[in-house]
Design a protein around this ligand. Structure first.
Ligand SMILES: Nc1nc2c(c(=O)[nH]1)N[C@H]1C(S)=C(S)[C@@H](COP(=O)(O)O)O[C@H]1N2
Ligand SMILES: [Mo]
Length: 252
């Protein structure tokens, strides 16, 4: 009895959110990612809807000054080229030898001109530098300076098609993650190749990592390999972390 009520309430909530989406999230109403059948995970959808309704799309995360820069631990994979690492990649190991001269970031999917970018290509696009606070889901924070190219400029260069809604990122250590277009086009969402005024170090995701300042740290994927523009949320399937219970939206 109690359970039934819970389920029907949950259904009402989902329907309610979908219609909220219809009003406030143009184009997203039918595209809201699933809640993965777990009542606890409903919070992701709530956070997403609340952020999308309450925060103006392009509101900036706080930026700090040089004196605020802190020590910064490297977490998760710290070298995908290390053969001791179970997720190690031989391709990455070879790229490392040439200091990433042969690294290419492919951008595929719903784009007019699918095009691989070298590090030099990315550096030719006007960059952005930002000092921001990284918040890890494990409970620590750190402040660092990031330099890179706004993802919006790269997406402009390849020409995203009108049906594009989400962007999926693939890393050399096997990580997959996905963000929506509002976060993708956010001015502080950058493909970072510099940290604290130097080339991005390997433990922090060399040669290029994503910085998504509007979400928790695990969304800022390191060791980028491939970007795919899609019309729906991609949970990464079996290799994705979402089905293991990680939030698909981790807004902060
Ligand atoms: N490819 C990849 N990206 C990743 C991770 C990872 O292990 N592999 N860890 C994530 C987590 S949980 C955090 S907190 C940050 C850590 O970034 P840092 O090592 O620069 O501190 O990267 C995120 N991006
Ligand atoms: Mo994290």
């Amino acid at each position: 009895m109690k359970n039934n009520r819970l389920i029907s309430r949950r259904k009402a909530l989902i329907t309610g959110l979908a219609s909220v989406g219809g009003i406030f999230l143009p184009g997203c109403s039918k595209k809201l990612p699933p809640s993965y059948g777990n009542i606890l995970r409903m919070g992701d959808t709530l956070t997403y809807a609340a952020h999308r309704i309450l925060l103006p799309g392009q509101s900036l995360a706080k930026e700090y000054s040089h004196k605020d820069i802190s020590s910064f631990p490297a977490i998760g994979t710290t070298d995908p080229g290390d053969p001791e690492n179970p997720d190690s990649s031989e391709i990455y190991r070879n790229l490392q030898k040439d200091r990433f001269a042969d690294w290419r970031l492919s951008i595929e999917g719903l784009v007019a001109k699918p095009e691989p970018f070298s590090l030099a290509d990315l550096k030719r696009i006007p960059s952005r530098t930002q000092i921001t606070r990284h918040t890890c889901e494990e409970g620590w924070t750190a402040i660092g300076e990031w330099t890179g190219v706004p993802l919006s400029r790269v997406l402009d260069a390849v020409g995203i098609l009108p049906t594009a809604r989400f962007i999926t990122f693939y890393s050399y250590d096997g990580w997959v993650d996905c963000i929506d277009m509002l976060d993708a086009l956010h001015p502080q969402t950058i493909l970072a190749y510099g940290m604290n005024g130097r080339d991005l170090p390997i433990p922090h995701g060399a040669p290029v990592r994503l910085r998504v300042e509007t979400q928790l740290g695990y969304k800022s994927m390191k060791y980028l390999e491939r970007i795919v523009v899609e019309d729906k949320f991609n949970d990464g399937g079996e290799i994705g972390s979402i089905q293991l219970g990680w939030s698909w939206y981790a807004g902060i």
